[in-house]
Design a protein around this ligand. Structure first.
Ligand SMILES: NC(=O)c1ccc[n+]([C@@H]2O[C@H](COP(=O)([O-])OP(=O)(O)OC[C@H]3O[C@@H](n4cnc5c(N)ncnc54)[C@H](OP(=O)(O)O)[C@@H]3O)[C@@H](O)[C@H]2O)c1
Length: 322
């Protein structure tokens, strides 16, 4: 495993992050494809063995069940101090004013609920899952700062929003003397590159680390186009992100991987890892070889010709997923 700083912060993270949306009671929430606790166990054990110390979950994943499973896995397979634990706030957990969004009321309620489910006193990275247009940015940034000062989070991060929204929030933090975001969790893969236009330049200028979600386009970059799995049939959100026009991109990954004799996932992740603002892609494993492939991608150094082949089929598109 390689380790790096999360952006310009002092936080050391593994260059592959464990996506814990894969884990959760499939009867709770809307991830019918997620692995239950028993099925998840080998993947947590493997993550620890491979040195994958950066684990990402969210309050909404399987309606809190992901956080519960992750909290127990930390106790079973590793030590709290050896994990960089990240969770998120914004999505709806219950009816009423504290159940969703980024108001002071919601943030202060939801951090306590997450800590309770995770069985810990603090998370290392507390992320806002989306922008909330119904709350003044000053209210959100001060509440997040108070979470940090209360010792409940070590750092804060953001996820999927327009660059101007992120810049506005960072500016509010500066004016208020509050904690700034150190990370941006956004969608970035060979099938979704729109963050390169505005967001990545902003992140570079501000020393913020990108931690891309769905770096394998939810599996579409990791197997020949059209291959059906349990997840493809039940991942409703994923189905909104991609379409048949993406087939040539998957074909290009298949071609480069075939010529190298490595799995497609390694090539697709190696491409994400090349971008200098990317601290760590967040990979969602559902099978035992997935994490080993992700780690092996660190040793795949793509040539300029391979990169040209991989990027050749991309066409500008709407940013999706937020
Ligand atoms: N902030 C946000 O809004 C947001 C949104 C989405 C995700 N996330 C975070 O990002 C993490 C990753 O998201 P994701 O699961 O969508 O990402 P992903 O890594 O792009 O997709 C994971 C899927 O790819 C397939 N896969 C993974 N490794 C593979 C390998 N080596 N070989 C073949 N197939 C492989 C599996 O598909 P099959 O199961 O079909 O085999 C798996 O379900 C989540 O767990 C979560 O922590 C955040």
């Amino acid at each position: 495993m390689e380790y790096t700083r999360l952006g310009q912060s002092g936080l050391q993270v593994s260059r592959i992050a464990l996506g814990c949306m894969s884990f959760g009671d499939s009867d709770r929430g809307n991830h019918a494809w997620s692995l239950g606790e028993t099925e998840s166990e080998p993947l947590f054990r493997q993550a620890v063995e491979l040195g994958i110390t950066f684990w990402d979950t969210a309050n909404v994943y399987s309606a809190g069940s992901s956080e519960e499973i992750v909290g127990r896995a930390i106790k079973t397979y590793t030590r709290r101090e050896d994990v960089v634990l990240a969770t998120k706030v914004h999505g709806r957990m219950h009816d009423g004013p504290g159940g969703a969004g980024l108001s002071r009321k919601a943030i202060l309620e939801q951090i306590d609920a997450s800590l309770s489910r995770l069985g810990t006193d603090y998370v290392d990275l507390y992320q806002i899952h989306r922008f909330d247009p119904d709350v003044p940015v000053e209210e959100t940034m001060e509440a997040l700062h108070d979470v940090v000062k209360a010792g409940k989070a070590r750092y804060i991060g953001a996820s999927s929003m327009w660059a101007w929204q992120f810049a506005t929030m960072q500016h509010a933090a500066d004016l208020g003397g509050w904690t700034r975001f150190v990370s941006m969790q956004d969608q970035y893969s060979l099938m979704q590159r729109e963050e390169e236009r505005e967001m990545f330049g902003l992140l570079a200028a501000q020393g913020v680390g990108a931690i891309p979600w769905s770096p394998l386009a939810r599996g579409r970059l990791a197997r020949p186009w059209g291959t059906e799995t349990k997840r493809t049939g039940s991942d409703a959100f994923g189905q909104t992100l991609f379409s048949d026009r993406d087939k040539p991109i998957a074909d290009a990954v298949e071609q480069v991987a075939g010529a190298r004799g490595v799995p497609m996932a390694q090539v697709a992740l190696a491409w994400v890892l090349r971008h200098p603002v990317v601290s760590a892609p967040i990979v969602g494993p559902t099978k035992e070889h997935h994490l080993a492939d992700a780690v092996a991608a660190l040793d795949v150094h793509l040539t300029d010709d391979e990169v040209a082949t991989l990027e050749g089929a991309y066409t500008p598109r709407e940013p999706t997923g937020f």
